[in-house]
Each structure stands twice: as structure tokens, then as C-alpha cells.
Design a protein around this ligand. Structure first.
Ligand code: MOS
Length: 729
């Protein structure tokens, strides 16, 4: 039996507060943690499947052009080689990461350097890899392909454009104004687990174990790519070693494994090398962003301009949504926002770790720091003065809004000095030491989700959904929600995820996973409670469950009378999405030291204060924030995709050359969770958490670099060479 909840109004009847069990919010350790640390949690490539052969992708060595010939005979005689699959469907889908249809590329066309073009299958991985390297391919290259955004005329994304009032006039009348241009480099998702898939036939059913974020979307993508009806496909992603956007869509390893398994009638495994993950999987676009801020004497914004240039391949629909939170973060009557896309031949640009705000907010918050300095106003105070009462463009109320609280509580806990701020006030030996801050903002997303919850006579419950846990803590928080609602210890709730045979939902992405799938579990549990209440003759609100018992009455086993009881919850965001602007807010504070002679920057300590609705588990939520802040450090100081200007190939395609922060780069991080309930954001009153920690954090570091040593940089990442070039004598 399915119970449908379409949320059209704020849900103030929420049942998660005041339950007897009291497990919501508890910092319990992740329930699958033991399996992970003991190596018994299988990732996509780790299923022992009899007779499985190994496929390795061969990739293009030109940037753009036609493939004239793939010479299979060049490798078919090599040891162990079974087949070369050059089915054009293998490359019909670029890893896209949006719910939009990827364009069908002509099968023999290469669009970017490193694009997969064939799969070599052999008995062992080493044999397949060797043969893939030796595969002879004849190309007709097209040398005129634009490789850099400044080489082409960009296209305006008109639905992003906002023009209100007269920004130019506001700038000319302003008591204080800022007109600056920031740049950010491309980023890689850089998940620990490389993209991998094993495809296998059972009768006429294709089962694919893959590393994916959104199974309900991926199953139709894959079915479509290989011309099979969806009912014949089963996708399994029980454990996913990080996604960060790179596994939102299926990519070539999954399509190739499926096609090869069909053609060879054997199970086939395809694992991308680290280099292939970098070269074939979508990148975050580099950006160029002009910020114009006009303010009155008191620092109140009268004009706000944010114009951004990003890039993608021709025909791709995704454009890094740089302006996403700029639409509502600060009030100003005169506004101009514009997003443009340059069509160039680097690999597909798509969703990477907080698409939009991850790069938009560092630019905006860097510009705000310049304004604070020019206006002589403390940076925290400047933000406080510019918090709008409602969405300044659309006039919608905010569903909940804790920016002011985060700014104040964060400043207090960090020990922010609200006195006059001048650079170069503190030096320790070769090191200048300074502090900086920034606001955080990230839109809140939710999606339609279904989950089945079965209460069993042995006093346990089973939660089933195709939702994925990409390292975020989904297993744990769903056990907590069901445990809370049903009066069970979360240890007695078995959560079964990542299988398209289960009720489906939006998966993991855009920080929507917990509030979407959590709400589906909540709806299912509420229906179970109604049935139990009915059986014991009380109303659902009167029903007190704890420790596997109806409080003051029978055990659940007795009420169930030996029969399992199941309900499917179906949550759907309804009209409410049009009535509110929903977003997570926060504040970052950083202390950074900068070496006067080498330009090296080191984060001494960093604090993030965040308001993101109900906290379902203080430990897993905090871990999400720590991860986000760590990305902030990477975006500020180290992470940059570098492309060869001659042929557009990605130069730094491994974790030795593409620098994600390592333990040595990540100091003491403090997280403050400013609790709130958001009855409009989701039925469980939670908002997204995962990405917020990256949305603005890089600016806190950049602003601290300026405060430390007086070098004002407008280009992220702020590497030592760039810092030195701006260092005053
Ligand atoms: Mo996220 S970059 O939407 O997985």
C-alpha cells in the first residue's frame, strides 16, 4: 500500500520532535562503517562474478575530428585479447550529470581529447590495458577547434539574465563602489573510487553493478543508450566511494560494460584508470566573473551586478550556474545578472561539488571584502546590513534564514575582532598572519521520492529505496528516521539501498538526498503508525512507541500478530516550491598565514557556522561540513585543471598533479550547526547540507590572505606564484 504526500504547504504537524525514542539528531556512527573499514562493503568493481572478463576503454588522442578507422586487428592477436568493441553507442553519451538529454554525438566524431572511442576486452586487466594502448586508430583531425573561452563569442543564457533598475547609474551615484573581475579554474570531482561497472546477463535481464548517484535517472539513461526496455535492466550501487557530481549520470564505462556483456554473452567489468576519470569524466567549468557592487554611506547595497562567463562543449545543455545564490543573497534595487557560455573543446562540463555557488560565492564574497574595506565597515557588519527580508528579485519569502545568526555565532566562536581591519598587522618570522570571513549560501533542492518500510514481527524494520549512500551517511539517517518514528533502536532498522528493484527516488546529488529520501521514509512510517494506532484503538498522535513497544501496552510483535506490515511512502514536493525561496546559509571564518618570501599560504584554523534545517545526525552532518570546508581550502589554494593550450588535453590528470587538500593542508576545523526547523523545505523540516560548506569558504581564505600580507588576489586558486606576484614590498 502506497501513501502519497504532496507537500503544498509548510508541514507544521511534523512528528519528529517530541518522540519517545529521541534518536533524531543523535551523533551515532555510520551503520555501515564497520563493513567499510573491514573491507566487506563491496564497491562496484568488487563483486566476485564467475567468468568475468576485463574491459579497458581506449580514448581519443585528438581534440576534434573524425575517426576514419579503428584497426581491431592491431590488437586482436595480443595475449588474452577477446574483443574490441567499437559500437558507436559506446560514445553516444558524454557524462553529463544533469537530467537533460545528452546530445547524440555522431559516432565517428571526436569532441575532446581523451574521449572514449572503443573498449578492449581481455582475460585480465593488464592484457586489456596493454591492448587498449596499442589499438591503432586513424583520425582526420580538425585543427581549428576553439580550446579556450576567450577564443569564441559566448552565448547568453537568457533565462538567467536579470535586469532591474539601472546598475550603471547606481554605480555612478554610489558612496562606495567595487568593480572587480575574478577568475576560477576548472575543478575535478576527484572521488576516491574510480568509475567502475560490472555488467552481467541472467536470462534476458541485464544486471549492472556500477558506481552511480541517481539510479532512477541512470536506469533510463542506460536503457536508452543500449536500446533495451528499462524493465530488462537492474542497476545496483550499494556503496559508492564518493560522487561529488561525477556519478550523477552514467558514463562510458557503464555503457561499454553493458554493450560488451551483451555482445560477448559474458560478464564484463570496466574500471576507469585515475587518468581516465580525470580526462573523460565531466569537469567543472573555469569561470570569469565581473562583480559590481554599489553602496550608500552605510554600506547598504544599492546596486548589484554579477556577470559570469563559463564554457562547455558545443551542444551540451549544462552551464555552471554561477549566479544561483547571487539572485537572493543580498538586497539591492538595481541589479544586473548575466551568464554566458563559450563553446569550446575541453571535455564535458557538468556538475561538480556544489555546482554554481562553489565558484560564484567565492567571487561575490571576495568582492564584498573589497567593499567592506572601501566603506570602512567590518566585513561581518557589512553582510548583516545587507540581508534582505525576502528574495529581492522575486519577492518570495525565505522558507527559513539563519544567515544573521550564523554570522554572529560564528564571529563570536571564532574570536573575530570587529575593530578596524588593516592588512599586515601581525608577523611571525617569515609569516604574515591574518583573518578573513565570508557568507555561505546554497540553494535547497528536494525531489520526488519513494521508500518502503516493513515492520517485522521480530521487532525489526526494513527500509528499502534505490537511494544511494555516496559516503554521506544515508544508511544511518534513514535508520534514525525509521527508528524514531517506529520506536526502534536504529540498530534494529535494516536499510537496504542502491537497487533499482526498490521504490525509486532522486538519489544523491545537489544535497537533496537526505530531505527527499528521508521524507519518503517518514511518510511510510507515518502510515505504519496510523495502522498500528488503529489496531490498538488510539489516534496516531496519541501513539507512543519506544523500545519496540507501544508505551504502556503491547509489544510491536503482539500488535503485528506475527505478520509483517509494510507501507510505501511517496513524497512529492508540491506547490510549496513556488511559494518560498529555500536555501542553506552560513558563515566562514579563517585564519591564514602567508610566507613573505615564498607566497605559500597555510590555513591555521577555520570555522563554519551553518543553518540547514533539522539536523538528522550531528556526526554525519558535521562530517559533511568538514568535507565542504576541505573543498573550500582546495578551491582557495590548490585545485585547478590545467589544459594544454595547443591541443586542449588535460595536463594534470592524477592526484599527484591535481592537488586536493591532504591532511597536512587541513588544520583544526570547527563546525557550528545553528539548529532550525524548516517546515517548508521538506516534511522532515531538513534542508540540504553536503555542499554548503564549499559555498563561499574559499573567499574567507582569500580575504584572510589579503588581511595577512596585503596581497589582494582576484584569481583562484591563490597559489604561491600568484600571491608573490601581488605581494607588496
Ligand atoms: Mo552534486 S555536484 O549535484 O553530486
Amino acid at each position: 500500500m502506497t501513501v502519497h504526500l504532496k507537500q503544498d504547504e509548510p508541514d507544521t504537524s511534523n512528528r519528529l520532535d517530541g518522540m519517545k525514542q529521541g534518536v533524531i539528531g543523535q551523533p551515532i556512527s555510520r551503520v555501515e562503517g564497520l563493513a567499510k573499514v573491514t573491507g566487506t562493503a563491496p564497491y562496484a568493481a568488487e563483486y566476485p562474478i564467475e567468468g568475468c572478463v576485463e574491459g579497458v576503454l581506449a580514448t581519443a588522442t585528438i581534440t576534434r575530428g573524425e575517426i576514419l578507422k579503428i584497426d581491431k586487428d592491431s590488437v586482436l592477436g595480443m595475449p588474452g585479447v577477446i574483443a574490441v568493441i567499437d559500437d558507436p553507442r559506446l560514445t553516444t553519451r558524454a557524462a553529463q550529470g544533469t537530467a537533460n538529454e545528452a546530445p547524440q554525438q555522431s559516432p565517428r566524431t571526436v569532441c575532446y581529447w581523451g574521449q572514449p572511442i572503443a573498449l578492449v576486452v581481455a582475460e585480465t586487466f593488464e592484457q586489456a590495458r596493454d591492448a587498449a594502448k596499442h589499438l591503432a586508430v586513424e583520425y582526420r583531425p580538425d585543427d581549428g577547434a576553439p580550446l579556450s573561452p576567450d577564443a569564441v563569442e559566448p552565448e547568453e543564457q537568457e533565462d538567467e539574465t536579470v535586469r532591474q533598475g539601472d546598475l550603471v547609474h547606481a554605480m555612478s551615484e554610489a558612496a562606495h563602489s567595487v568593480d572587480v573581475t575574478f577568475t576560477t579554474k576548472g575543478h575535478a570531482s576527484a572521488a576516491m573510487e574510480p568509475h567502475a561497472a560490472i555488467a552481467q546477463w541472467d536470462g534476458d535481464q541485464l544486471t549492472v553493478h556500477a558506481s552511480l548517484q541517481m539510479l532512477n535517472y541512470n536506469i533510463s539513461e542506460l536503457a536508452d543508450a543500449i536500446d533495451l526496455p528499462e524493465e530488462k535492466v537492474r542497476l545496483v550501487s550499494r556503496f559508492v566511494g564518493g560522487g561529488f557530481g561525477s556519478k550523477l549520470g552514467v558514463s562510458e564505462e557503464t555503457v561499454a560494460a553493458a554493450i560488451a556483456a551483451m555482445q560477448l554473452e559474458r560478464p564484463v567489468r570496466v574500471v576507469m584508470s585515475r587518468q581516465q576519470v580525470f580526462q573523460c569524466i565531466m569537469r567543472r567549468s573555469e569561470t570569469t566573473q565581473r562583480l559590481r557592487l554599489a553602496a550608500d554611506q552605510k554600506g547598504r547595497l544599492t546596486g548589484f551586478g554579477h556577470e559570469a562567463l563559463v564554457s562547455n562543449l558545443p551542444g551540451e545543455t549544462f552551464a555552471e550556474p554561477v549566479l544561483q545564490s547571487s539572485h537572493f543573497l543580498y538586497a539591492a534595487q538595481n541589479r544586473k545578472l548575466m551568464l554566458e557560455v563559450a563553446r569550446i573543446h575541453r571535455m564535458t562540463a557538468g556538475s561538480v561539488r556544489a555546482p554554481g555557488e562553489a565558484v560564484g560565492m567565492p567571487a561575490l564574497e571576495g568582492a564584498m571584502d573589497v567593499l567592506a574595506e572601501r566603506a570602512g565597515i567590518d566585513p561581518v557588519e557589512l553582510r548583516l546590513r545587507n540581508i534582505p527580508k525576502e528574495n529581492p528579485e522575486e519577492g518570495l519569502p525565505f522558507s527559513s534564514h539563519k544567515l544573521a545568526e550564523c554570522l554572529r555565532e560564528g564571529a563570536e566562536a571564532f574570536g573575530w575582532d570587529s575593530g578596524p581591519r588593516k592588512p599586515r598587522q601581525k608577523r611571525e618570522g617569515e609569516w604574515w598572519v591574518g583573518t578573513g570571513m565570508a557568507s555561505a549560501a546554497r540553494v535547497h533542492n528536494v525531489g520526488e521520492a519513494k521508500a518502503r518500510v516493513t515492520l517485522k514481527p521480530d521487532g525489526t524494520a526494513l527500509v528499502e529505496t534505490d537511494m544511494t549512500d555516496i559516503g554521506t551517511g544515508t544508511y544511518t539517517i534513514l535508520a534514525q528516521i525509521a527508528g524514531e518514528m517506529l520506536g526502534l533502536d536504529p540498530e534494529n532498522v535494516l536499510v537496504d539501498l542502491g537497487d533499482t528493484r526498490h521504490p525509486r527516488g532522486p538519489g544523491s546529488g545537489g544535497s537533496w538526498g537526505a530531505s527527499s529520501s528521508g521524507s519518503a521514509v517518514y511518510v511510510a512510517c507515518k502510515a505504519l503508525r496510523e495502522e498500528l494506532a488503529d489496531r490498538v484503538g488510539v489516534t496516531e498522535t496519541e501513539l507512543d512507541l519506544a523500545d519496540g513497544k507501544v508505551v504502556g501496552g503491547q509489544s510491536l510483535a503482539q500488535v503485528l500478530a506475527g505478520e509483517p506490515l509494510a507501507r510505501e511512502g511517496h513524497y512529492e514536493p508540491g506547490a510549496i516550491a513556488d511559494d518560498f525561496t529555500a536555501a542553506g546559509f552560513g558563515a566562514f571564518f579563517a585564519q591564514v598565514r602567508v610566507n613573505h618570501f615564498t607566497g605559500e599560504s597555510r590555513v591555521d584554523r577555520m570555522l563554519g557556522a551553518f543553518g540547514f534545517g533539522r539536523v538528522l545526525n550531528r556526526k554525519t552532518a558535521r562530517s559533511q561540513c568538514l568535507g565542504g570546508i576541505t573543498w573550500s581550502i582546495g578551491a582557495a589554494l590548490t585545485e585547478a585543471l590545467e589544459f594544454d593550450p595547443r591541443d586542449g588535453h588535460l595536463v594534470n590528470c592524477d592526484l599527484a598533479e591535481y592537488h586536493v587538500p591532504v591532511h597536512r593542508d587541513v588544520p583544526d576545523l570547527e563546525v557550528i550547526m545553528v539548529e532550525e526547523r524548516d517546515p517548508a523545505a521538506s516534511p522532515i523540516q531538513a534542508k540540504g547540507i553536503g555542499e554548503l560548506g564549499m559555498c563561499g569558504g574559499a573567499a574567507a581564505i582569500g580575504n584572510a590572505i589579503y588581511n595577512a600580507c596585503g596581497a589582494r588576489l582576484f584569481d583562484y586558486p591563490m597559489t604561491p606564484d600568484r600571491v608573490l606576484a601581488c605581494m607588496p614590498d
